[in-house]
Design a protein around this ligand. Structure first.
Ligand code: PEP
Ligand code: MN
Length: 297
């Protein structure tokens, strides 16, 4: 018996005809549509690593962390100029000034840059500086924001809402696609589940990767930093995500070379550039193994 109003996986071709594999048979059962951000290719030959601070705090910090993640081998730079904080009394980000620091760091390192936009009225401003727009977990179902982001002419990194089903997540992506923008990368970042907050910040849902890849041709990446909230868990979570077929990672990094090296935002989950290097090395060796396996087959 079909219960009225219940969202079912069978409904996906109706909810997201632009993005569902079933309604776009040219992508077959496994092909990913490559999303290009500068030279970076999500869904291409190898997993993409985005890294940088949680929040832009100063010019010095942004340049320092950007240089460090570049040195560790990252493909792209991240950083928040507009921060979604639980309390309005917490640091909210540097706004426009932060966007300028990020742009400078991106230009200097040559790393394309992704940053969050939270307000439909700021999509134009953020698009002037960013190479890719990030829609955060808290805004995944902010439909006016999704529509504006879809019209901005920039690739979009769409994080999964922390309590969103796969259907809701793909439905949100469809809003962007419906504006003529298929340059969308999905990002699993942990969901609220029974033990969330007890020993990790959220629950990293790696099983959604296979389901998302089966249902859509969009690339899917993982954020091990917000999912775990614990620096020591970021490296193993990154490795697990790659083993589950993640097409990239977005990771928060703090520089240990700065005098005031404790970030003002999400300090407990920030890893060092050296740990980032190890994660990237794991991907590179895993990739060699994978390529060898394909050639041997
Ligand atoms: C972020 O990446 O800076 C962030 C706030 O992540 P999320 O929206 O997943 O909480
Ligand atoms: Mn953060």
């Amino acid at each position: 018996m079909k219960i009225a109003g219940k969202v079912e996986m069978e409904d996906l071709p109706r909810i997201c005809p632009l993005l569902s594999r079933r309604t776009n048979p040219r992508y077959g059962e496994a092909q990913t549509r490559v999303v290009q951000v500068g030279r970076v290719r999500f869904g291409g030959e190898h997993p993409i690593v985005i890294a940088g601070p949680c929040a832009v705090e100063s010019r010095e910090q942004t340049l320092e962390v950007a240089r460090a993640v570049k040195g560790s081998g990252a493909d792209m730079l991240r950083g928040g100029a507009y921060k979604p904080r639980t309390s309005p009394h917490d640091f909210q980000g540097l706004g426009l000034e932060g966007l300028k620091f990020l742009r400078e760091a991106a230009n200097e390192t040559g790393l394309p840059m992704v940053t969050e936009v939270m307000d439909p009225r700021l999509v134009e401003q953020v698009s002037e500086y960013a190479d890719m727009l990030q829609i955060g977990s808290r805004n995944m179902q902010n439909y006016p924001l999704l529509i504006e982001a879809g019209r901005a002419g920039k690739p979009v990194l769409l994080k999964r809402g922390m309590a969103a089903s796969l259907c809701e997540w793909l439905g949100a992506a469809e809003y962007i696609a419906n504006e003529g923008n298929l340059e969308i990368v999905l990002c699993e970042r942990g969901i609220k589940a029974y033990p969330s907050g007890e020993y990790s910040r959220y629950s990293l849902d790696l099983t959604v990767l296979a389901a998302a890849r089966a249902e859509t041709f969009l690339p899917v990446i993982v954020d091990p930093s917000h999912a775990t909230g614990v620096a020591a868990m970021v490296e193993p979570a990154s490795r697990a995500a790659i083993e589950f077929g993640s097409q990239g990672l977005i990771i928060e990094v703090a520089s240990d070379r700065l005098d005031a090296s404790t970030p003002r935002c999400d300090a407990a989950q920030a890893i060092s550039p050296r740990t980032l290097r190890r994660i990237i090395h794991f991907i590179e060796t895993r990739q060699e193994y994978f390529v060898e396996k394909v050639h041997a087959a």
